[in-house]
Unconditional design. Structure first.
Length: 343
């Protein structure tokens, strides 16, 4: 992925014996990575999918115009969702996205901000890379399941920004959303500043994360500095929990070791997760949640409880109940007119 030639070369190199470390290093430094990770329904409930993006859009990339014109545009044109939430976390000091949706809402966000979008009963959205505000991009997108009773909740959106940085996310047009909720992302520090947790959701040491959620969960970006530094993150008994290592090596509870771009899953139970750095820097995303324990039926971008509900979602989308897709090349006035008839 973007840059196209680099993503192709590094994708192949990462599968060859002995070249994975070099490919990982170059992906981290220069981009070319999109890694979708489907999550185990039983062991990761209520989380469905995690995608790690690391891209670059450089002016002197001669393949860039050809790739965007022939293969795919620089982003994700209008597409439908129903029955779950998308959580998009742009890493600090990285460029972000420009969002437009069928509710008539437009926003842009980056540099440590989170867009927490509740698709609920159904909507379309478009996410294009904000190439006018940077060349280097890195983010996570997480799909969070909604409890059965909330599958048809009205579409909504939360924007979370780092403390003191409200400009990291800007609402340019609110449209028909019933108010875009704004909140700050608190940071919890420990071990004399060697450990920091950005709390996207949940609670830690009496500090509550920025997001309001439909089911209890904890989402934290954990950074540990100094080899041997360890920290225990409180996780309620019975919750599902997993971690994704973005950089470094981490010992988890004295039982598992994970390195760059590796995932660690924890059995439900216990009341904390102990993370210990085995390198000078460890950068980890931690996800924990109380299981919803509801059946999951999905197809593409619809996540429901039964196949019948999925079929209904597809029919509703095809008859225009989510809105009608638009060309990503439309300017804002044309797009606003296109979505004006959305009921």
């Amino acid at each position: 992925m973007w840059p196209a030639w680099q993503g192709l070369v590094l994708g192949v190199a990462s599968q060859l014996p002995g070249l994975r470390p070099a490919a990982d290093f170059l992906e981290d430094k220069f981009g070319g990575r999109v890694c979708p990770m489907s999550l185990d329904q039983e062991g990761c409930d209520p989380f469905i999918l995690l995608v790690h993006h690391r891209h670059a859009f450089r002016p002197l990339d001669f393949f860039r115009p050809l790739f965007s014109a022939v293969i795919m545009p620089e982003g994700f044109p209008a597409h439908p969702h129903r029955g779950f939430e998308t959580v998009t976390y742009v890493l600090p000091k990285r460029g972000g996205l420009v969002h437009r949706d069928s509710e008539g809402c437009k926003m842009r966000y980056g540099d440590g901000a989170v867009q927490w979008m509740t698709a609920g009963r159904g909507m379309l959205h478009e996410e294009m890379w904000d190439v006018t505000n940077g060349n280097e991009f890195e983010l996570y997108q997480l799909w969070v399941n909604l409890p059965p009773g909330d599958k048809f909740t009205p579409p909504g959106c939360q924007l979370l920004t780092p403390a003191g940085s409200p400009s990291a996310a800007v609402v340019e047009r609110e449209g028909r959303l019933s108010g875009v909720r704004r909140a700050e992302i608190p940071v919890v520090e420990a071990q004399g500043g060697k450990v920091s947790l950005r709390l996207l959701a949940g609670e830690q040491d009496g500090v509550r994360g920025g997001a309001e959620t439909f089911s209890p969960m904890l989402l934290a970006h954990v950074q540990i500095r100094g080899e041997g530094t360890a920290h225990s993150v409180a996780v309620p008994y019975g919750w599902n929990c997993f971690a994704y290592v973005r950089r470094g090596r981490v010992d988890v509870g004295g039982e598992q070791v994970a390195g760059t771009y590796e995932m660690v899953y924890f059995a439900a139970g216990g009341d904390c997760v102990r993370l210990a750095a085995l390198s000078e820097e460890a950068d980890v995303m931690l996800f924990a949640g109380e299981p919803i324990r509801a059946p999951v039926a999905s197809s593409g971008t619809m996540v429901m409880n039964t196949e019948q509900q999925v079929a209904e979602a597809m029919r509703d989308y095809q008859r225009g109940a989510f809105g009608v897709p638009w060309d990503h090349a439309l300017d804002d006035e044309q797009w606003a007119q296109h979505t004006a008839g959305r009921q």
